[in-house]
Design a protein around this ligand. Structure first.
Ligand code: SF4
Ligand code: SF4
Length: 149
């Protein structure tokens, strides 16, 4: 007997309806939100420039935050993504799964939830930008990414 396939949660649920585990699973691990961005400090309507400089707490070799559990204590600017504020996240990449679902779009075929392979995200995430780790000697303006991603 043929079994009915159940549609996956990201196709049937809104962001509000996700449980904490589904919320975490939705992140594709691209790392683009862990790259530093530049904006005029006195004008929060000014353009935001993406750089290829990763947060000092990012482990480039491992491809993830080096201290995810304590990230908010470790890095002042690290932001907790929440469903209540998702409308404000236009600084996230257009490919960010939270933006896609919020905008009623489908996840790309390379999203690990679909490909079942965490490596398929690599050409679409921070590694495509040849990231370097932030340090006190870096001038972010020298590392602005020109092309949009
Ligand atoms: S940009 Fe979005 S999908 Fe990519 S790592 Fe950040 S939260 Fe996850
Ligand atoms: S503290 Fe971790 S999660 Fe937060 S921006 Fe830095 S690397 Fe990313």
């Amino acid at each position: 007997m043929k079994q009915h396939e159940t549609a996956p949660f990201w196709e049937t649920k809104t962001l509000e309806a996700l449980n904490p585990q589904e919320w975490e699973m939705l992140c594709d691990g691209c790392g683009l939100c862990c790259l530093n961005r530049l904006q005029d400090e006195e004008d929060d309507t000014a353009p935001i420039y993406l750089t290829r400089v990763a947060c000092e707490c990012y482990d480039i070799k491992a491809g993830q935050c080096s201290d995810y559990a304590n990230r908010f204590e470790k890095v002042e600017g690290c932001m907790r993504l929440s469903v209540e504020r998702v409308a404000e996240y236009d600084w996230l990449p257009e490919t960010c799964a939270y933006r896609l679902i919020y905008e009623g779009k489908s996840l790309p075929a390379w999203h690990p939830l679909i490909s079942k392979d965490p490596h398929t995200v690599r050409p679409h995430g921070m590694y495509a930008l040849n990231p370097i780790l932030d340090n006190e000697f870096i001038d972010l303006e020298d590392y602005i990414v020109e092309e949009s991603i």
